[in-house]
Design a protein around this ligand. Structure first.
Ligand SMILES: [Zn+2]
Length: 509
């Protein structure tokens, strides 16, 4: 760090990734940060928690603003910056450059807020850039579809198989276009989606994740992902991350963020499903199955009745707790969408309310916490159905999102073509102590009356392989156990106690 005329300034560390510097009032400062190179093959060992780290390796640079660029702490995140982006030496090295603000090595001018710079994505290297062709039915706003897609070829000794993602640019373009239609928003003229291979190839199942960023989003995909095979779940991820452009990045949260995740994450999950349905990727049967699965997961969650404050504390340490706001918010969104349709005789719906919230956020720059969001829901219902009904709905929703009450859905929550009714569902129970077994690779805590014992697992058996989905009672558990010289495969459904939960059925005729 030095002043504009070259005088060095001392940095005093004051915490992790934080430094203090003393300088003359009004001095122009130059801050330099160096990102160490990482070994490309290390990305093979990354899981989702590592993926957002800056990447500097042969043929690839990728960074998210706040994880790579130092920013003065006093800067107001809503303040627009006069930014010039320049990538010196990149063109000479033959590297492609694209970021949240444009393409090419620059220098390029941009005027993001400090918050948008923190959420910006920077990518460079030996990239495959794709611009999806104009989407059918969306020519009216061709500008909206200049969504850029890129994927990085692997470097080093780690060679991801990227054949399976060839269809991704076109699919992502269609999802983004469908979402923009629904939100009646052409989106920014420049929009970047990156897809990066991370982790080990998997024989069965799949692993992928993403994060919504300024003018785009980043996806992290298992190296041998087959987009055609995993179609719906990849589309859902794209729809979810893209929807954060509105819910999360334009309509921003206030207060303790985790306590409002029911809205920013749960309503985004709801929107993603609705987009897939309205764009024709979920037919009636698939839509009903999808809703039923969500309702089952929500009702089976051990955290369903946990108040938001307590849930927020567990958010970063417990996977099931982390999932709960997504489930809770999704089911709340189903309830709110029905309430608006019902109160307005079908004239209003949740997407219209979300558009109004986005407009308000854009016009005022205000942020929303749970009470403010409940205020808007209440006012919207009151406009159609009167203050009393609106107040009652608000109290019901508040009990769910703040106190952890259970959301009830009316039988006609999804219109006349579907019925919500009680169905049998099972709690997830693998029948053995999963953590202890994973740690020791020996079957531990096998219950005699449990599903694993019934399938042939006995305490003390050595495990050579395991495939299961924690929390999914309808997803088969596969165990490979050493039986003398042979390896035996055991398969069973991890079904525990049965209970009645709501499910959605297509109504005939
Ligand atoms: Zn999200």
């Amino acid at each position: 760090m030095h002043t504009a005329d070259g005088a060095a300034l001392a940095l005093e560390p004051v915490g992790p990734q934080r430094w203090r510097v003393a300088h003359a009032r009004g001095a122009r400062l130059v801050v330099e940060a160096r990102l160490p190179e990482n070994d490309a093959s290390r990305r093979a060992g990354w899981d989702s928690s590592d993926s957002y780290r800056p990447i500097v390796e042969p043929g690839l640079f990728q960074a998210i603003g706040h994880l790579a660029l130092p920013l003065p702490q006093h800067v107001d995140l809503d303040r627009a910056l006069a930014l010039t982006v320049a990538y010196e030496g990149f063109a000479e090295a033959g590297w492609e450059v694209v970021d949240s603000f444009g393409r090419g090595p620059g220098p390029r001018a941009a005027a993001p807020t400090a918050g948008e710079l923190r959420g910006a994505l920077f990518v460079a290297g030996d990239l495959e850039l794709a611009e999806p062709a104009a989407c059918p039915g969306a020519r009216r706003r061709a500008r909206a579809h200049r969504a850029r897609r890129l994927r990085a070829r692997g470097g080093g000794g780690w060679a991801p198989d990227l054949a399976g993602v060839a269809a991704l640019p076109a699919l992502a373009g269609r999802v983004i276009a469908a979402e923009r239609e629904l939100m009646r928003d052409p989106g920014p003229p420049h929009y970047l989606v990156s897809a990066l291979p991370v982790g080990e190839p998997m024989e069965r199942g799949s692993a992928f994740g993403g994060t919504g960023l300024t003018n785009g989003f980043a996806l992290y995909l298992m190296p041998n992902l087959d987009v055609e095979r995993e179609g719906l779940e990849v589309l859902r991820l794209v729809a979810h991350e893209c929807f954060h452009a509105w819910n999360g990045l334009t309509l921003r949260l206030d207060g303790p963020e985790e306590q409002s995740y029911w809205f920013s994450e749960g309503f985004t999950d709801w929107a993603a499903r609705e987009v897939l349905r309205r764009a024709g990727w979920l037919d009636d049967a698939a839509y009903a199955a999808d809703l039923s699965q969500r309702l089952r997961d929500y009702h089976a969650s051990a955290w369903r009745e946990t108040p938001a404050e307590e849930l927020a504390e567990a958010f970063w340490t417990d996977y099931a707790a982390q999932r709960q706001p997504y489930l809770r918010g999704d089911v709340v969104a189903m309830r709110v969408d029905h309430a608006l349709r019902d109160a307005s005789g079908g004239a209003d719906e949740l997407f219209a309310l979300l558009r109004a919230l986005v407009d308000e956020a854009r016009a005022t720059g205000r942020r929303f916490d749970t009470p403010a969001l409940l205020d808007r829901l209440e006012a919207r219902v009151a406009a159609h159905a009167g203050a009393e009904r609106a107040r009652a709905l608000r109290a019901t929703l508040r009990a769910v999102v703040v106190d952890g009450a259970t959301v009830e859905l009316p039988a006609d929550a999804f219109g006349p073509r579907f019925a919500v009714e009680a169905a049998e569902a099972y709690a997830w129970d693998p029948g053995f102590d999963l953590d202890a077994t994973v740690a020791s690779r020996v079957a531990t805590g096998v219950r005699a009356d449990g599903p694993a014992a019934r399938a042939g697992l006995a305490e003390g058996m050595a495990l050579v392989g395991m495939s299961l989905m924690p929390g999914e009672a309808e997803h088969e558990v596969e165990l490979r156990v050493q039986d003398g010289d042979a390896v035996r495969e055991l398969r069973y459904l991890p079904r525990g106690a049965a209970s009645r939960v709501p499910a959605v059925r297509c109504v005939e005729g």
